[in-house]
Structure formats: C-alpha cells, structure tokens
Design a protein around this ligand. Sequence first.
Ligand SMILES: [Zn+2]
Length: 480
Amino acid sequence: MKKIVVGFLILFLALSMVVLYNTFKNKPILGQNKVSLTALPTDAISHMGQAIQISTETPDDNYKYDSSTFYKYRQFIDQSYPTVKSTLPRTIIDSFNYIYEWKGTDTSLLPIVLMAHYDVVPVESSAVKLWHAKPYGGEVKEGYIWGRGALDDKASMIAILEATEQLLKTGYQPKQTILLCFGSDEESNGRGAIAMVNYFKSKKMKFDMVVDEGGEISTEDMKDVKHPIASIGVGEKGYVTLVLTAQKEGGHSSIPGKTSSIDLLSKAIYKLREKEMPAKIIPSIKAYLTRTSAYTDQFWKKMSLSNLWLFEKWVLNDMSEAPASNALIRTTIVPTVFNSGVRDNVIPTFATAYVNSRILPGETQQDVFNFVTKVINDTQIKVTYYPNYSTMPSPQTDINSSAFKRVEKAINSTIEDVVVAPVIMVGATDSRSYRDISDGVVNFSPLTNAKGYHGIDERLLITDLQKCIHFYTLLMKGEK
Ligand SMILES: [Zn+2]
C-alpha cells in the first residue's frame, strides 16, 4: 500500500515538474521593440476619402451592376497614382480586375502578390439614418476617415498604391517581382480573383507569398494579454449549406392534426442546436494559444495553454463558451433561413430550412451531412446539399514558411510590442483561389480593433492608414 502511495507521489511530482517546465519555457518570442512609422504621404487621406466617394457597390446576380462607377474608380486611381500608371504595366482581367507588374532585378525568384478588392457591399437604405457620417462621404473627423469600404477593403488597396507610388518615385526596384492584384467582385461571387488565378495558371506562374485582407490587430481579444495581438490568417474554414425539408399533409388550420411540417422541422432544428460537432485544436490554433499565452498575466491560464497535452479538454470547454473562440475549434452549424406557410389560415405541406456550416480543416462536407442526419434522426426530414456554393477547408500555410516570417517581421516593425500569432479564418476571402499556385498565402492588414464591416459607421483610423502604408512598404522592400 505504502509503495503505491509513494509511486503516485513520484508520478505526481514528475507531472508537476513537466507542467511547470513547459509553463516557464513558454516565454515571449520577441522583446520590446520601438517603431517609427514613415510619415503619411501628403495626399493619402484625401485619396482615401475620394476612393470611398466612388460607390463601387458589388455586382451581384440580383444586383444591378453600375459599370460607370467602376470606370470612374479606374480614372481615379490613374489620376491619383501617376507614377504607378506610367511605370507598371497593367493587365485588365474581365473588365475591372487589375494586375500591376513590378519587375524585380532577380527574375529567378518567385514573385510576391499583394492583393486587395475595391468593391463594397451596398449600404442598407433603411440604416442610413443610423450612420454618424454620410456612407459615401469619405469625411475626415475624430481621427477617422468615414464611409463604406474604408476598412473593407479600400484601405488595403489605397495603402498598397500609396506605398508603390512613393517607392517608385525614389527609383526603388524590388529584387523579387511584385504583382499588385485588385479585385472588383470579392463581396459577391469572387469570379475576378478566380479569373486572375486562371490567368496566372495559364502562364504557369507560382508565387512565393500572397498577402490578402483578413487577419488584423486586436487589443480586445484577450483581456489578460496586455499587448496588441496581430493574427495572421494561415488558412480558411470550408463552407457548405444543407437544406432540410419536412413534408406533411397540410390543410385547414381550423382542424389541425397532431403534427405539421412546421412542427417536424422545428423539432429537427432544435435537436441540431442542442448538439455541436466535436471540438479539437488544429496546429495553427495550438500555435496561436501557445504564443499568446506566453504574454498572459494569469498563471493558471498560461499553465494550461502551455500544457495542452494535459489540459486540452479543459481548454476546449473554456473556448466553447464564446462564439468567436468556439468557431476556431470546431465545425459550426447554424440555421440561417427558415421557410414555410403562405397564409395565416393554411397549414403548410412543406417547411424548409437552410443550415450553414463552416468546416474545420480535417473535416469534410460529408462529415457535416452525416452529423446533421444522425442528430436529427428523423426519416420525415429530407437532408440535401444546397447547390449554389460549397468549398472544402483550405490547406494551412506553414508558420515556418518564408511568407509567414516575412509578414511577421513587417508587423514587428509596424506595431510596438506586438504578439504575432497564426489563426484560421472563419470567413472566405479572394486569396483562397491563390492556394493552388502558392504555399505562402497569408491574410493580414494592420487594422486595429476594426469595426463596422458591412454595417453602419464603417471607418478607418487615420493612424491605421499610416500603419498599412508602412507595412506594405516593408513587405515590398523585405528581400527574400
Ligand atoms: Zn473584404
């Protein structure tokens, strides 16, 4: 008996030693660094305002495409960036998608791509009165430039062009060829990006690095980390929508049966919302947790996140609590459309619902389908795939790749005392298409706690515009 107790004690001590060793070994990667940002180019703010004023609302199958706005936008960039226009050859793909090529001195190196899109989502007319500035005014006040597209994603496009214009004026020529790719339909179907990638494929081009919108800087994600956290997107979740259909003979609402199609479907949705697909920590999220936890001031949190081999279950439970962290650790499933009924006195025969799922790497559309069918477990509910759009989770960019390291280095020279960490993107961007021709696709732009995407009061901090220009300049100058 005594031997067993001693044995347990030794085991416990050994475990504690390993746990403490891992906890103290998990040190911040980078020390303090001072940053001095390059001054804003004289016209950068007014260019940003003008870009917003041209309402390049996204073309959509159901939305009237106003090509005159897109021509106007082209005219605006040609006039605002004369050196770019006169120096860099531009290829136009499918009317309004642009590729500018800046030839490098060493053409044996794979080129890099800096991407942005300049189409914007429409402003809801009923919400205009809630804005604190004109949605297409491009007004400058309270340290911000206001309007639709300020963040998503004209800031990136204008910053890339400002940085290029300035560098060209100094006579700079990059070592690696740089391609600037600007899309005109990211917010609708993303066909422009696909067409651009097909163009590159036809020329058998591959890229060392592709940088697109996505990851940003947050000082709010982890209250216990007293540093800004820069999240670099290294992959995207997959996407699938399933259609659930319940059919049950309807009729007059004055003599209802025990169950109706609406009842059946409601029950199915309820069951689905009660269960979640299993949680797990994929490598990029593990790296995110390890890196950020090195900076936390909460010892227990640091200990558990530095020892996921022991505390993974506990960490997963904790992360499941908040929607944002829950989306990083599992395939999510949520009903988004619910349809049934034609009149208040008719029991409908059919009820349908769409459930949208964002798929974690390692899982498939079929896994989602199987899970949904199993949980609902009702032969009266037909489950089918919604045919419009579906995609597998993307491959993940290695955090030891030159692309990740180059972006990391540029971030460290743009934001003081920043924690850089990889993250999986829960939404889709244009850069997804580039994964076929590059192992170095990363999503990042130095916007801080940005809010207002697709909503009211979209606005860009002027200091963020400065950071963006600084960041892209570093990426262009950062030699391989
Ligand atoms: Zn966007």
